[in-house]
Write a protein that binds this ligand. Structure first.
Ligand SMILES: Nc1ncnc2c1ncn2[C@@H]1O[C@H](COP(=O)(O)OP(=O)(O)OP(=O)(O)O)[C@@H](O)[C@H]1O
Length: 808
């Protein structure tokens, strides 16, 4: 059976490429503002004065270092704007931060630092009080005032964990909301590290005293939806902490974990795994701020009872995505989302340990604070130098967390502003001078500004409003006309034409009389005529555009038709090829199948052969074992037979010998008793000795044989009393046992016998020669030497053999 084939997919027509707005590179200087805080003690000696709205004058006091080393002179410093001691929070916000909020709403990034000596009013400027909010509070107010009516529902946007966001449909967002409501809340307020003894930030308990900022940004795109996400980070001793990190409700608190900076796909720096809280109102935002503030590291120093010991970064990220063509749902295409951010940074104050009388942790903190501020200064300096000289010196952003995190801003990804806070008291002069120099330096740095990359999706403007109007009308119809069948009505976003407002109601009693009526009617009519002309023009313009559009479409249609015909031809061609390929495939598959079968058969045969071979090998081994066993058995049997034969022979030999011995003894006795003078010529006795391998037993008769009673040398002892002579070629003589008679040995070769092992055995005969003296003739010469020819051999004494065996 042929496999099912997926029908050829029709290529959908590609949507027209989105027209992206050209990115225009602009340059902005780092805008530096100065804020002089009011004197702490009225009438105190001051070293700084506001000359005009852009200039301050620094006068070295007598106590200053510069005064003492003779370099003291009055100096003027220029700023974008100087805010004197009497300037309000609102004033500062409107001039400094409002443009950044506007940029934020328009999709641009912004960074605002508060920089200055400890106790100079940075935190005050950034946060302010509930009654007189600082930059953060007012930013939240203005932002929500501006986007309030266009907010996306919660969970429409979700952080993707890599510094980006995903947009989801209303149904998905609803599901997430339900899940979030069912999830038990973690411990957001408690912080393991710094909350002990920390009092609640002002306004966190009682929001009734809060005076919100009522300003708003008017350039909000009504056809977008917006969402606000907040993160709050602290850089303490050059470590990053997430002040909004949620800690487990139960169990021991492990405190805040240090975070790391990462780079996203667009090379933007971000804090990895940092909490971003979605907020829907300024109150939500403030709650998040308070939550972070409770964890922020502060301490009481000699110069500030609530001195910030860390740099804090409050970041607002605004997400905007367009509504679809119906003005109803958000476009969930990730690339249509525009993310802009505004980071509000309250830097820790630079300070000298000598003045603050710091000790222990405070010294370490101060060291880290000063180091990171110094690195910020170095980076700014190198940036300026590069810009001035056109050089490319490496900017050491990575040397501190602060500059590393804001690298993108300095590299040209948003506007950078700085508020330099100064305390006019003369004690601060030396440090204020350093701050002023840094401010001057920073204001000379130019930062490239990029435009937000918005995608033009070609959607009609005003669709949200139209959708709202449509819904209102439909509701009205539903309420007023029964059975109007409005459910099926769909919003039509075609433009609504109108000649002018309704005719004015004019009567003859109108003040001014008939002339006035006529002139007003004329004016209205003129307006209508103008409108008509405009509409007509518009209409004909539209008609012309439509016609040219239709003509274009016709052309396109023709081209498409041609393309379709050629595509059809290509398609049928391709189908033909597909069919032939299918045939080939089918053939190949059947060939493959038969080969497979053959292969299986062969494999089966091979297995069988292997089994047979195995059996044979087994049998062979078995027979070999059997053979060896038989061999061993036969050898044993042979040995047994040999032994048996030997013992039989021995017995027989013994029997024969005793017989001979008996008869000889008998004959000898007879001879002795019959004739005492007769010397026996026959051998006196049979040899009772034997070679060691014949193992002949001794003759049991132990009666000594006496050749002559008078000559003891003639006395003969039975062979059994002698040790069997060893056939040893080295010993040619041996002494006869029990007598003083020497016997000579002469080995001679005997027979060659076949051995049981298949070899041959040479039998050597040992001839013993006994020399005797005639006792009658030799009595006078007892010491005469024996000659080799004397005497006769008594008998063969034994055999010595060698055996050759073939190797197995
Ligand atoms: N412009 C101002 N108007 C009124 N009070 C101010 C102003 N600036 C600062 N203060 C007050 O001065 C005190 C110290 O200010 P603040 O804590 O803001 O200083 P800081 O620069 O943040 O110090 P540190 O660097 O040590 O944190 C606070 O009590 C604050 O209310």
């Amino acid at each position: 059976m042929k496999p099912d084939r997926t029908p050829m997919q029709r290529r959908p027509r590609l949507p027209p490429k989105p027209r992206t707005v050209e990115r225009k590179v602009e340059q902005d200087p780092v805008e530096v503002f100065c804020r002089i805080r009011p004197a702490e003690i009225p009438g105190q000696e001051e070293c700084i004065a506001e000359v005009d709205s852009r200039t301050v004058k620094l006068t070295p006091p007598n106590s200053s270092f510069a005064y003492r080393n003779g370099s003291a002179k009055e100096q003027l410093y220029k700023f974008e704007r100087v805010f004197g001691p009497s300037s309000s929070q609102k004033e500062l916000f409107s001039r400094v931060a409002m443009p950044l909020v506007s940029d934020l709403v328009n999709g641009r990034n912004g960074l605002l630092f508060a920089y200055g000596v400890t106790g100079s009013g940075k935190t005050y400027t950034m946060q302010g009080t509930p009654q007189d909010g600082g930059i953060i509070r007012r930013t939240l107010d203005v932002l929500f005032n501006s986007i309030q009516d266009y907010q996306a529902s919660r969970f429409t946007f979700r952080p993707d964990g890599m510094n980006g966001f995903d947009a989801q449909s209303e149904v998905e967002a609803q599901n997430d909301r339900r899940k979030a409501a069912a999830t038990p809340r973690l411990r957001p307020m408690a912080g393991g590290r710094t909350t002990r003894g920390r009092k609640d930030p002002p306004g966190s308990q009682d929001s009734s005293q809060r005076i919100p900022d009522t300003s708003r940004i008017n350039s909000v795109d009504e056809d977008n939806v917006y969402s606000v996400f907040i993160s709050y980070i602290e850089i303490y001793n050059n470590y990053l902490y997430d002040l909004l990190e949620e800690l487990p409700e139960t169990g021991p608190s492990r405190g805040l974990q240090t975070k790391i900076i990462r780079e996203d796909a667009q090379h933007n720096m971000y804090v990895h795994a940092c909490t971003e809280v979605e907020v829907k109102s300024p109150e939500d935002g403030l709650e998040v701020l308070y939550r972070g503030l409770k964890r922020r590291k502060i301490a009481s120093t000699r110069l500030n009872c609530e001195s910030s010991r860390s740099h804090s970064i409050f970041t607002i990220r605004l997400l905007q995505a367009p509504l679809d063509a119906q003005g109803e749902d958000v476009v969930t295409d990730k690339s249509a989302i525009v993310v802009s951010q505004l980071s509000l940074v309250d830097l820790a104050g630079s300070e000298r340990n000598l003045r603050t009388k710091a000790a222990g942790d405070r010294i370490k903190e101060a060291g880290n604070i000063n180091n990171s501020l110094m690195n910020l200064r170095i980076c700014i300096e190198i940036l300026r130098e590069n810009q001035e000289t056109g050089g490319n010196k490496k900017v050491p952003y990575r040397d501190s967390k602060l500059t590393h995190y804001f690298k993108n801003f300095f590299d040209g990804d948003g506007k950078v502003r700085m508020v330099v806070c100064v305390n006019p008291r003369s004690d601060d002069y030396d440090e204020t001078l350093t701050v002023m120099k840094f401010a001057e330096l920073a204001s000379e740095v130019q930062i490239q500004r990029s435009q937000p990359a918005r995608r033009d999706l070609g959607l009609p403007p005003g669709r949200r409003r139209a959708n709202q109007l449509f819904k209102e009308v439909r509701k009205k119809l539903e309420d007023e006309v029964e059975g109007a069948g409005v459910e099926a009505l769909e919003v039509d976003l075609a433009p609504i034409y109108s000649l002018a407002p309704d005719w004015p109601v004019l009567t003859s009693s109108t003040p001014g009389g008939l002339e006035e009526v006529i002139s007003r009617l004329k004016a209205h009519l003129r307006k209508r005529l103008q409108s008509r002309e405009r509409l007509e023009k518009n209409f004909w313009g539209t008609v012309a555009a439509m016609r040219s559009g239709i003509a274009e479409m016709e052309k396109e249609n023709l081209v498409m038709k041609k393309e379709l015909t050629s595509m059809r031809a290509l398609y049928s061609d391709a189908m033909g090829r597909v069919r032939s390929l299918e045939n080939l495939l089918h053939n190949a598959e059947s060939a493959n199948e038969s080969l497979q079968r053959k292969l299986e058969d062969q494999a089966f045969l091979r297995d069988e052969c292997e089994a047979v071979k195995e059996e044979r090998d087994m049998a062979k081994v078995q027979s070999q074992i059997e053979k060896q066993r038989m061999k061993a058995k036969l050898r044993t049997k042979l040995e047994q037979e040999k032994m048996k034969l030997k013992s039989t022979l021995n017995t027989e030999l013994h029997h024969q010998k005793s017989k001979i011995y008996q008869s000889q003894v008998k004959a000898l006795k007879q001879a002795l008793f019959s004739d005492k003078q007769t010397v026996p010529t026959a051998p006196l006795q049979p040899s009772t000795t034997s070679s060691s391998d014949t193992d002949l037993t001794a003759i049991p008769d132990k009666t000594p044989i006496k050749a002559s009673t008078s000559d003891p040398k003639l006395n003969m002892t039975p062979a059994s009393h002698r040790t069997p002579a060893v056939v040893n070629l080295r010993h040619r003589r041996s002494r006869s046992q029990g007598s003083d008679v020497w016997i000579d040995h002469r080995p001679t070769q005997g027979e060659v016998l076949p051995t049981a092992g298949g070899g041959a055995q040479v039998v050597l005969r040992d001839v013993e020669i006994l020399h005797q003296r005639d006792p009658l003739h030799h009595q006078s010469t007892p010491n005469r030497k024996r000659s080799s020819t004397e005497g006769t051999p008594l008998q063969d004494r034994g055999v010595w053999g060698s055996q050759k065996r073939p190797r197995v």
